[in-house]
Design a protein. Structure first.
Length: 118
């Protein structure tokens, strides 16, 4: 009976630790800086004086003035949404929320806090 209780306690303890480890792997971080380059799948941002590349994909949410209008126009033309580079431009100040996946920083959200030249 003591063995059964001991095994049950080990199983319960391991179940409590597994979600915590999973959450740590999915932890999100934020960086802010100025966009120095935009490609189809990457945005490069000068963060604390250093260029940092973030991967972008179809799951990356973009929050910017005019993004909603650009999305409507893209849908009218039969596209899923606007191209990232149509909304986020070199010189914009942005805040990037990202996770590190397989050694790469993958952006989940990009918020334009100040457009270039304004």
């Amino acid at each position: 009976m003591k063995l059964v209780i001991a095994v049950a306690l080990v199983v319960i303890a391991s179940l409590a630790v597994a979600p915590a480890a999973s959450l740590a792997a999915q932890a999100k971080s934020k960086s802010t800086g100025t966009v120095t380059a935009v490609t189809a799948d990457t945005v490069t941002v000068k963060v604390a004086g250093k260029d940092t590349a973030f991967k972008i994909d179809d799951k990356t949410a973009v929050i910017a003035r005019g993004a909603g209008t650009a999305a409507k126009e893209a849908r009218k033309e039969g596209m899923k949404g606007p191209k990232f580079g149509d909304v986020v431009k070199v010189g914009d100040e942005i805040e990037v929320t990202y996770s590190t996946v397989a050694g790469s920083m993958v952006a989940s959200d990009v918020r334009v806090t100040k457009k270039a030249g304004k």
